[in-house]
Write a new protein. Structure first.
Length: 254
């Protein structure tokens, strides 16, 4: 089913200050919560957050990610074990795993080709052939990575004469690209959860191989982040306030 995400709240310009302040509150109060309360998380909160993740931007709109909501108690117990029984995973009411899927580009590409054809949408050049010609050139690496090696050589030579975009030329680079894009979706998910008054903790420390087996993933999928979800507990305060380094250390104006 095609989901149309081009919808906006009615008369948003009348409420820009309210929206901006609300968004600032969401961003500033979101933190990695290590201790959650026993309060359950409504299903609507998780579904809303997954929908927000689904609307995240991605290169060529290929959405190279999957989200797994672990709901059964046996699977949830195993996921907690694979997260090395960290306080956040142990106390979380819900556990979500974000998976980078670097082999899905062909499926998504074909979806958009069929979608635009059936909808009768004529895109301007060069986007009229974007998914048919440019996307395969960008993401295909060929058997044994041979096409990727050829691309790397051609693009390196071309780059000596003019600027060239970096394109994936190996499985590891495809994975890196998918991971980078999946990060957008993860942030959307966590901000959406916070906007509903609940909390998250992104967990990078887990056993990726066993997690992959738990989720039944393919060779083109790799779990990159476990997101613990719940309501922050008063016990979380022992971890101190949310602190960041001097903004001048990370923001550079040239």
């Amino acid at each position: 089913m095609v989901q149309n995400l081009n919808t906006e709240p009615s008369d948003p310009l009348k409420n820009l200050d309210i929206i901006a302040n609300a968004f600032k509150w969401v961003v500033e109060t979101r933190r990695a919560v290590r201790v959650f309360s026993p309060d359950s998380v409504p299903e609507r909160v998780i579904l809303g957050a997954l929908s927000a993740a689904h609307s995240a931007p991605s290169a060529s709109n290929l959405q190279p990610w999957d989200f797994y909501w672990i709901r059964s108690e046996p699977a949830k117990a195993e996921a907690r074990r694979l997260c090395l029984k960290q306080p956040a995973s142990e106390s979380a009411q819900e556990i979500i795993v974000c998976v980078a899927n670097f082999g899905v580009w062909k499926e998504r590409r074909n979806f958009f080709i069929d979608y635009y054809r059936k909808a009768g949408i004529q895109l301007p050049k060069p986007f009229d052939v974007y998914y048919e010609k440019i996307v395969p050139l960008m993401y295909a690496i060929g058997p044994f990575g041979i096409l990727g090696l050829i691309k790397r050589l051609v693009f390196a030579l071309t780059r000596t004469f003019q600027p060239m975009s970096a394109v994936p030329c190996s499985r590891s680079e495809l994975l890196a690209s998918a991971t980078k894009n999946a990060a957008f979706a993860c942030q959307n998910f966590m901000l959406s959860v916070r906007s509903s008054g609940y909390d998250t903790c992104p967990l990078d420390c887990f056993d990726p191989l066993r997690m992959k087996r738990l989720l039944g993933l393919s060779q083109h999928q790799k779990p990159i982040l476990v997101i613990a979800v719940g309501k922050r507990s008063e016990g979380d305060s022992v971890y101190g306030p949310k602190v960041r380094c001097d903004i001048k250390k990370v923001i550079h104006i040239i």
